[in-house]
Design a protein around this ligand. Sequence first.
Ligand code: ATP
Ligand code: MG
Ligand code: MG
Length: 354
Amino acid sequence: GSTIGIIGGGQLARMLALAAARLGFKTAVLEPQENCPAAQVANVHIQTAYDDKEGLEKLSQLSDVITYEFENIDVSALEKLSSDIDVYPSAQALRISQDRLVEKTFLQKSGLNTAPYRDIDNAQTLESALQEFGERGILKTRRFGYDGKGQIRFSGKPDDMLPAEAIEAFEGAPAILEGFVEFTCEISVIASRGQDGNVSCFEPAENIHKNGILFSSTVPSSVSEATKQNAIDEATRLIQALDYVGTLGLEFFVMPDGSLIANEFAPRVHNSGHWTEAACSVSQFEQHIRCCIGWPLAKQHRHSDCVMENLLGHDIEKLVTLAGDPNIVLHNYGKAEAREGRKMGHFTQLATRK
Ligand code: ATP
Ligand code: MG
Ligand code: MG
């Protein structure tokens, strides 16, 4: 059978490898960390840095197609790899998602609404942008931010950082200021597009974040049917505009009138789609593998209402207690060290069957 090469060896790669194995495909993961979550289940572990030339070459020799679970890959290295082997999603999709300024511009160009944003390069541009946005907003690094890291909030109150202090804290990292969005809730859509161009979306999940980290995803969400359909339509528009192959996660803010503001997308399977492994006939991971291998997308079907919760740090120890509940589907990523805030596993509570 074919081998799927995965750049990155965290929990997303692990779950992709599990889905691939079920369909009879092999996986090779490239990840510097020893005994990483994916290495425990993949067929091959290439233990080098993500941008190591020889490692990437070895991965491409071992694989029939390459994908990634890790977004901070050097785009030019990925482009180069693409001349030897099929890489999904494309380097172009990665390039757009890596930079919040480019990403927001692309979202708008594709017809999606975003929060207002300004390119920030010094204290002066920050000060005037804050003035424009009523002294409220979020300064975000353009690159490498995740789980709410690389963000400074301005709430228009006296204990806010001064613009000059914030610029200093960013140590020259390129940034944008986003206007503060007064949303009623957050939802996300997991969308997949096959090599044949067909698109399939899971219905939106409603997401709760704590300390900038995803805490739970609930399906069905509390939004109206019209808003659900809009979210799916917008995700479809984006994935087509990107000429994307594979699965992506698109996050939205839902406004009081039900309209949507697109926040960001991730060019990979997404934490807010982990519920699909427990509540659907086919998961986001299998859909992604199908895209990589050139299979048709499954007409997935959700058989249960559910809530997925992340297990951070020592919360992973709850797994044993949860194991007694017949309506809970468990997932442990196999990470040795339960550092605070680290994603260690998750569980999905299915609604009790009638
Ligand atoms: P991740 O990639 O882990 O989802 P991130 O670090 O890329 O997170 P964002 O998704 O941009 O960060 O922001 C994290 C959370 O902060 C959002 O889910 C939302 O709750 C809040 N947030 C972000 N931007 C805004 C905004 N413009 N207005 C109001 N709240 C926001
Ligand atoms: Mg993000
Ligand atoms: Mg986010």
